[in-house]
Design a protein around this ligand. Sequence first.
Ligand SMILES: NC(=O)c1ccc[n+]([C@@H]2O[C@H](COP(=O)([O-])OP(=O)(O)OC[C@H]3O[C@@H](n4cnc5c(N)ncnc54)[C@H](OP(=O)(O)O)[C@@H]3O)[C@@H](O)[C@H]2O)c1
Length: 301
Amino acid sequence: MGNEMRIVTNGSADKYLFTDVIEIDSCKTIILDITNLDAIRNIVKQNDIKIIVNCAAWTNVDGAEAPEKYELVEMLNAKAPENLAIAMKEVGGLLIHISTDYVFGGDPYNTPCKEEQVGTPTGVYGLTKLHGEQNIQASGVNYLIFRTSWLYSEFGKNFVKTMLNLTSTKPQLKVVFDQVGTPTYAYDLAKAIFDIIEQRKYEGNTGIYHFSNEGVCSWYDFTKMIQKIAVELETPETAETFGTHGDCNVFPCHSEEFPSPVKRPAFSVLDKTKIKETFGIKVSYWTDSLKKCIYNLMRKQ
Ligand SMILES: NC(=O)c1ccc[n+]([C@@H]2O[C@H](COP(=O)([O-])OP(=O)(O)OC[C@H]3O[C@@H](n4cnc5c(N)ncnc54)[C@H](OP(=O)(O)O)[C@@H]3O)[C@@H](O)[C@H]2O)c1
């Protein structure tokens, strides 16, 4: 998400600073460990920061289940957001935080989840992200929390890039069809956040909001669409770098076929009525955004 925030804020009249826990090659980045409250306070004071957009988190859902990791996951997903909230409260600023559809999942929902629905996480990742939301709310800071789902982009490791690779290298593939949600192009979320900041729409609108692309699909449908778009965009030049994607047979399967340390939500579609009505945001259909991302990956090299 941080990479997309860099892209959408490029050229803004406001000043944006980017931080990470490590040095990022070829990007201007200030080193900041958000588990350290004093380090956050210093950066906020030195740079007169009024708004923080927190894209950092522990995001390895399976890895979060290892008992020895609990303390670290809770630190990153719950304590660090609290630190950011405390630092922003002290200067009367705004904290914008990204949360997840995985705060839901414990009940068999079949209608899109609204913001006020009680969180029922099924694993440590979702539970600690829920704690992060609660800590921010309890701090008394001005905040916007955006819960999103199934994030992908041109950057880092994500489902779209994994499936582009697998459909070009494997003769067949099984993907679960009993987990349903909505993919979200991280660029679209970053753009929505940027518009809210630039147009000062956050004023008087503190709270939790849901954002994903429009529509609903299973991970199986998502994979089939990734493959279809890749085949449509293929040229002899792209085939040299990315291979060809049409020969892989993709089959639907049940979650039980992929033993996992964590039970993932069967239905975690987010209802976006509130964000659309409050901020006047137009949301793209998931396949339209997916086409843009795969185009950027395959053709814009
Ligand atoms: N990915 C999804 O499908 C998904 C779905 C719903 C919601 N979300 C939420 O969306 C947000 C962004 O997710 P993402 O997929 O973009 O995550 P990501 O690629 O895993 O990025 C998380 C970032 O946090 C950094 N970080 C880790 N520990 C830190 C620390 N102590 N101080 C400062 N930075 C630290 C990481 O640095 P290193 O790379 O050096 O570790 C990494 O750059 C997260 O809040 C996540 O919970 C993600």
